[in-house]
Design a protein around this ligand. Sequence first.
Ligand code: HEM
Length: 418
Amino acid sequence: MTTPQPAASRCPAHAAARPSHPLPIYGPEFSADPHATYTLLRAQGPITPVEIAPGVWGYLTTTYRSALYLLRNTPNRFAKNPRHWQALVNGQVPPDSPALFMMQPRDNALWMDGAEHARLRHAITGSLVRVDTHALAATVTKIADQLIGTFASAGVCDLVGQYADPLPMLTMIEVFGSPPDIGQRIAIAIARLFDTDQDAAAANIDLEAACLALTHLKRNAPQPDVTSWLIEAGLTDEEMVQTILLVIGAATTPSSNLIMNSLQRIITDLRFAGSVHAGVQPVSDALDEVLWTDPPVSNYSPLYALGQQTFEGLVLQPGYPILVSFAAANGDPTLGIDPGSYAGNRGHLAFSAGVHACPAPDLARIIAETAIERALDRLPHLALATDQLVRRPGTFHSGFTALPVRFQPAAAPAPTGR
Ligand code: HEM
């Protein structure tokens, strides 16, 4: 007898004797106050059925304990490889679904299990650990100054579009030792992939061609950079392309979100506005608080039950993605954390945990801290220019659509040559 498979386009609640109308974790209402949804979900249990995106069903963990246990202790019971996602296998995920973009597999470490994951991850961690952190801070400072130079004399800017969004991508292009022309091709193709109006297949071809060009360049002339170190670790051309995409993709949006969410907190929260500007409370305290209360990756790390599993009292059906809510775990009231004591506490799950945990939390902090310090140094009297901030809609990331600010304009550079 075969195990009955769930109808993948239906919601798992049908089989789990749980709420018959799972709550959505997408859309403007969710994004405006995600913790209201997490509280409702947590009241149903530590792991519950949800609607991940329109017509895409799965489960979400909402407690710290369930998140940590799932991430750390269950590689034999839950897999990362989305070939276990029944709706994907059956072609039932809407082709324009944001869930597809974020959760469909690529041939890289993020979507692999066991020995294959360990081998590719070892190449990544072995390369990232060789990044000179002082040189990285200097690179970020240089890029921050270039970006700030484009708007410093205006007295106004959008800190998302003109600063937080482009800075991590420009930084990663330098970390990979990419010449400007290939770097620009990579950045444009990734932007096109995120833009749903663009032809994703064509953008993908461009992106892979640019990463292959970078690989060939570094195979012929290695330099002290991450591309050359990944090659040195023995990756094939195909593995190089997919690994470059993974590391650049994984680094950029979360780092942008951390920069914008922290800047927003520092500018608007009197505890930070009054102290960080005056140099009393370090930016790293603001980062710790944001990583706890507004993690850049809010819900992710999809996992798939290998066969029917009972987890925290719920019978989980195979074939459905189980997302870990880093945001809900960090805000779990049973942790009993005093809101004033986040500084210096690195127990949050913003960088996930277990075998797929982020391999670069230290680099991420250097990028964000340097970028924020530079903005605070160079833009005196920084203040929000609107009281209508809008959160980016979506299940997976936490950020703002824009951060319009005003500040004391820098004097225009003195004219030269007379
Ligand atoms: C604030 C910034 C960042 C945050 C919040 C963050 C968060 C995360 C999270 C939550 C995961 C787990 C994803 C999953 O299991 O599905 C992850 C994985 C990963 N991150 Fe980061 N990340 C950040 C920056 C970076 C940077 C700067 C790099 C590289 C330089 C990086 C490289 C990676 C890679 C390669 C993985 C996949 C690891 C694996 O599957 O074994 N991340 N990150």
